[in-house]
Design a protein around this ligand. Structure first.
Ligand code: HSE
Length: 297
C-alpha cells in the first residue's frame, strides 16, 4: 500500500527535434512516495527541494493523481511525499517529472490498471496545467526512459529509441527563469524550406546514429537551425559557452527544452564531469550563478 518512485529530469528537443525528441537523465530527478489512506482524501504531506504549492488542486503531482483516481473511480485516498531533485523553471522537465512520476506511481499503487500511453496522456494534462500546452516530449521521456521520438501527436505515437553505450551529458542551469510559454511565444509561425531541410536531415541523422551507436554522427546531427537562433537570445553567454565546450570535444551542445539549462553530450562520465567544471568556470563572466549536473543516459 506504499510505492516510492524515481522520476527523471529530461532534456526535450535534443537540438534537432523540437517538440518531438526527448531523453531521460539517469542521475537527476525527483522522488515520490505514495501511501494509501483509509479515507478518500489526497494530502501532500511534504515537499522538499522546491517551493511548490501544497494545495492538492494546484500541485501537478496531486492534480494528476486526483484525475486518475476520479476517472478510475476507486475512492482511494493517498498521502503524497515529494522530493524535488532539481528546480522548476530549469528547462529540465520539472513539471514533466512531477506529472509523469505521479501517473506512474499511482498506477503502481492501484495494480497497473493503465497502459503507458494512458499514463503519457495524464502526464500531458499536467503539462497543460503548468504551461498551457500538453507537450509530450518531456513526459514521454520521463515515463519510457532513454531517448524517445513523438512520431505523431494526433493520434499520439511515441517511439523508444536505443541509447548508445557510454553516452553521458553535462548540464548547466543558469539561475535565471524562463517561462516555457514565453519561450514558445518568441518562435516564428513559419520557417524557410532550407531550414526545414537542414532540420529534418539532422533529425534523421540523429535517429540513425542512435541505432548504429555512432557517436560522431550523433554529434554532427545535434544542430538546431529552427529554435536555437531565437531562444539563445534569452540565455546570456550562450555563444561563448558553446564555443568553449565544443573546443573541449563535446559531441554537441544546445538548449535543454525551453531553457535556461544547456546541455553538452559527451562520451563517458569522467568527460561529463570535466565539462560541468569547465562550463561552471566559463559561466562566471556572465555574473549569473549556475548549477551543474553530470549524468549517464
Ligand atoms: N518542446 C518544448 C519546448 C519543451 O521546447 O517548448 C518544453 O516543455
Amino acid at each position: 500500500d506504499k510505492v516510492k518512485v524515481f522520476s527523471p529530469a529530461t532534456i526535450a528537443n535534443v537540438s534537432c527535434g523540437f517538440d518531438t525528441l526527448g531523453v531521460a537523465l539517469d542521475d537527476l530527478g525527483d522522488e515520490m512516495t505514495l501511501t494509501k489512506r483509509t479515507d478518500n482524501q489526497l494530502v501532500i504531506t511534504s515537499i522538499q527541494g522546491a517551493d511548490l504549492p501544497t494545495d492538492p488542486d494546484r500541485n501537478v503531482v496531486s492534480w494528476v493523481i486526483g484525475k486518475i483516481l476520479k476517472d478510475i473511480n476507486t475512492g482511494t485516498g493517498v498521502d503524497i511525499e515529494i522530493k524535488k531533485g532539481f528546480k522548476p523553471g530549469s528547462g529540465l522537465g520539472s513539471s514533466a517529472a512531477s506529472g509523469a512520476g505521479a501517473a506512474f506511481a499511482v498506477n503502481e499503487l492501484l495494480g497497473r490498471p493503465l497502459k503507458t500511453n494512458q499514463l503519457i496522456a495524464y502526464a500531458r494534462e499536467g503539462e497543460r496545467l503548468v504551461s498551457g500546452a500538453p507537450i509530450a516530449d518531456n513526459v514521454s521521456a520521463a515515463l519510457l526512459g532513454g531517448f524517445i521520438l513523438v512520431r505523431s501527436y494526433e493520434p499520439l505515437e511515441v517511439i523508444s529509441l536505443p541509447v548508445p553505450d557510454n553516452l553521458a551529458v553535462a548540464v548547466i542551469h543558469p539561475q535565471i527563469e524562463i517561462q516555457t510559454a514565453a519561450a514558445r511565444d518568441i518562435l516564428p509561425d513559419q520557417i524557410s524550406m532550407s531550414s526545414a531541410i537542414t532540420q529534418w536531415a539532422n533529425l534523421g541523422g540523429l535517429v540513425s546514429a542512435l541505432y548504429e551507436g555512432d557517436l560522431p554522427l550523433f554529434g554532427r546531427s545535434l544542430r538546431d537551425v529552427v529554435v536555437e537562433p531565437h531562444r539563445k537570445k534569452l540565455i546570456p553567454g550562450f555563444d561563448q559557452l558553446k564555443e568553449v565546450v565544443m573546443d573541449h570535444h563535446a559531441l554537441g551542445f544546445g538548449i535543454s527544452g525551453s531553457g535556461p539549462s544547456l546541455f553538452a553530450f559527451c562520451e563517458g562520465m569522467s568527460k561529463a564531469r570535466e565539462l560541468t567544471q569547465l562550463m561552471q568556470q566559463e559561466y562566471v563572466h556572465t555574473g549569473i550563478e549556475a548549477k551543474v549536473y553530470a549524468s549517464v543516459i
